[in-house]
Design a protein around this ligand. Structure first.
Ligand code: BES
Ligand code: MN
Ligand code: ZN
Length: 488
């Protein structure tokens, strides 16, 4: 897919030469000064009750006389916001994506100012609408014919919009990578597959990729990570992928992603209904790889390291049992009271590991708790951090990227729940506040790190008819990393 800016012709929208013209109305009423054929058609449609100027409504017109483009779609964004634009483009594409158009021209009218963020949002909406999972589905619908999108603009804004399109394209590629990985079934997307994907990214984008295997992790003393991995025949992989876009001396941003390629619950086995969805339990890992892809694609001047503990959580004969006590890389011992609280067991060793990378900040990303889904639903990711400045940065990045998070508490009082009579801590508390006690568990392994934790259990995928991965929070993370690159 090719995204470009295109100067609006002197003859106006009527003269636009494309297979389809999408006119997004960035206002609550038909804007003044709209080209006559469009204004007439719109007026007639409103009068006939076929179109109301409210966000998400669309009107498809074929062969509208006076227009050069054979297809015209009018879509209302309600206002000039990025959110409205995304909604309007998504609605318009339902009519266009399976049609014969190759080249789509998009105009945003009735908006005061069209900026780079609109351009990025356009790309995101197109990419999201056209995404089709096909890796294990040969019968998936054929790819859309649409392969070129032009954003109409005036001269002065062209450069900014082109930059916005470029950011949008890299973000979309990173998001798509995360979606593809998370959608891929557990028998295909194994820890080895994640490691191979990291290596391929390394080749394509010049990342330095190191894969630690079971023996390496044993030598280091990652007793907690390996305890989760021991129930599975799939060998665990501990992935470290470095993107060096800034000077050697510059402390890296480190992203740690939960890479459970399938979570059965282990001996504390999950109920079988909807257990298939636990193939998405490597959504954190997928978002780390997706963010590396986007940031490297943008050649951002920042050092970024992705760290992924990857394994399966299986109830094999060697599997860890409730009550087993293991020694983590930090030296602290953990009584594994529930083998289904495995995410924190692999992340705690990863958090201890990253200390040696001397990071500026560490953000871990994990489909960690069902409790977070209960607390925040599917719209906002849970954000936990004792560091106010870091929390603010991440929240701002989420708003900017249309990939929002919400801050949750980390009071010491919540730590009580983790006390154990047989080890330094248990791996679960009571049911109440489950997302918070999980975060409190991780906090015990963060030492002096500037650390934040994103619980994406509710946002990394959708259930129901639209079942599948969302690619979140690649947009949030990418914006966060880019903002850090700029501040220097
Ligand atoms: N991967 C799950 C969390 C999860 C649940 C993600 C539902 C998405 C949807 C995690 O490993 C898990 O099983 N957590 C347990 C923790 C509990 C045993 C303390 C949970 O949330 O039930
Ligand atoms: Mn689990
Ligand atoms: Zn899990």
């Amino acid at each position: 897919m090719d995204f470009k800016t295109l100067a609006t012709p002197t003859g106006g929208l009527a003269a636009v030469n494309a297979d389809a013209l999408l006119v997004v109305l960035g206002c609550a009423a038909p804007p003044a000064g709209l080209d006559a054929p469009l204004a007439d058609a719109l007026g007639a449609a409103v009068k006939a009750g076929d179109f109301a100027c409210k966000a998400g409504s669309v009107l498809y017109l074929h062969g509208l006389s006076g227009m050069k483009a054979p297809r015209v779609v009018l879509a209302c964004a309600g206002d000039a916001s990025v959110k409205g634009l995304r909604k309007a483009v998504a609605a318009a594409l339902t009519t266009l994506k399976s049609g014969g158009s190759q080249h789509l021209a998009v105009a945003l009218v009735g908006a005061e100012a069209v900026g780079a963020e609109h351009a990025s949002a356009l790309v995101a909406a197109v990419a999201e609408s056209l995404y089709v999972y096909r890796q294990t589905k040969p019968s998936a619908p054929a790819a859309s014919k649409l392969d070129k999108v032009s954003l109409l603009c005036a001269k002065p804004e062209a450069a900014a919009l082109a930059e916005g399109l470029r950011l949008g394209e890299q973000l979309a590629a990173g998001t798509a990578l995360a979606r593809e990985l998370a959608n891929l079934p557990g028998n295909h997307c194994t820890p080895t597959h994640l490691a191979d994907t990291a290596k391929r990214l390394g080749k394509d984008f010049g990342l330095k990729v190191e894969i630690l295997d079971r023996a390496d992790c044993e030598k280091l003393g990652m007793g907690s990570f390996l305890a989760v991995a021991q129930g599975s025949a799939q060998p665990p992989k501990f992935i470290v992928a470095r993107y060096n876009g800034a000077g050697k001396g510059e402390a890296p941003v480190v992203l740690v992603g939960k890479g459970i390629t399938f979570d059965t619950g282990g001996i504390s086995i999950k109920p079988s209904a909807e257990m298939d969805e636990m193939k998405f339990d490597m959504g954190g890992a997928a978002s780390v790889l997706g963010t590396l892809r986007a940031v490297a694609g943008l050649k951002a001047k920042v050092n970024l390291i992705g760290v992924i503990p990857a394994c399966e959580n299986m109830p094999g004969s060697r599997a860890v049992k409730p009550g087993d006590v293991v020694t983590s890389l930090s030296g602290q011992t953990i009584e594994i009271l529930n083998t289904d609280a495995e995410g924190r067991l692999i992340l705690c060793d990863a958090l201890s590991y990253v200390e040696r990378l001397k990071p500026a900040v560490v953000v871990d990303i994990a489909t960690l708790t069902g409790a977070c889904v209960i607390a925040l639903g599917h719209h906002r990711s849970g954000l936990f951090s004792p560091d106010d400045a870091l929390a603010a940065e991440l929240l701002a990045a989420g708003e900017q990227a249309q990939d929002p998070a919400w801050r949750m508490p980390l009071d010491d009082e919540y730590d009580e729940a983790l006390k154990s009579n047989f080890a330094d801590m248990g791996n679960v508390g009571a049911r109440a506040g489950g997302a918070i006690t999980a975060a409190m568990f991780l906090k015990r392994f963060t030492g002096k790190l500037h650390w934040a934790h994103l619980d994406i259990a509710g946002t990394a995928w959708k259930s129901g008819v639209a079942k599948g991965a969302t690619g979140r929070p690649v947009p949030l993370l990418t914006h966060f990393v880019l903002a850090r690159a700029k501040h220097k």
